[in-house]
Design a protein around this ligand. Sequence first.
Ligand code: PCA
Length: 214
Amino acid sequence: MTTVLLTGFEPFDKDAINPSWEVVQQLHGETIAKAQVFATRLSCVFGQSLRELESAVKKHQPAIVIAVGQAGGRAEVTPERVAMNLDDARIPDNAGKQPIDRPIHRQGPAAYFSTLPVKAIVQNLHHDGLPASLSHSAGTFVCNHVFYGLMAMQQRYGLQRCGFIHIPYLPSQAAGRTGVPSMALDDMVRAMRIAVAVSVKRKRDLRVPGGTTH
Ligand code: PCA
C-alpha cells in the first residue's frame, strides 16, 4: 500500500495555533486514493525540524511527502514550486535562533523544484470550488528550510514525489484583525484531501500555463 506522510508545524510567532497541524492531524489514519496517510508535527525550529522530518520519513517510509505550513496573510491554498537554499529569518524561530543569509546545505544546489503535480493540484482545488494558486516562493524561514531539506532527502529515501503547500490562517486567527484573509478548517482539510489524492494519482504535472508576469 502506498504511504503518504503529511507534516504540519507547531504554532510560532505568538500564535496559539498553527492551521497546518490542525489540518493534517485530521487526515492522520485516513485512506485517500488507496494510500495510507500519516501525519506528524514538526517544531518551528531551524535544524531540529529537519531532524524530526527525517525520523518520520525513516519510520513511515512514505512514497509521497507533503509538508504543510501557515502563510499568514495569504488568501489561498498555495502549492510551492521552488525551495531555495537560504535561511534568512525575519523573526527568531521557537528556539530563539535567527539565521541570516545562511545556506541550508553548503554544497547543495541553489534551489529545488517541487516534484508534486502542483498545477494539477491547483486545478483540482478550483474544480472543487476552493481558492488556490501556485506560489513561487516559500519565503526564507522554517517552511522553506523544511521544504529544501525535504527535497534534498528525495533520492536518499526513494521518495516518489514530495513538496510543500502553504495554507492561510484559520478564521479564529483573523478574528479581530482588519483585512486579514482566512479559510475554514473544513475547507482546508478538504483541500489537503484533494492534494493528497492528486499527488498519489498523478506522476506528471499538467502542461498548462501557471506562471506569473511579476
Ligand atoms: N509557517 C512558517 C514556519 C512554520 C509555519 O507554519 C513559514 O512559512 O516559514
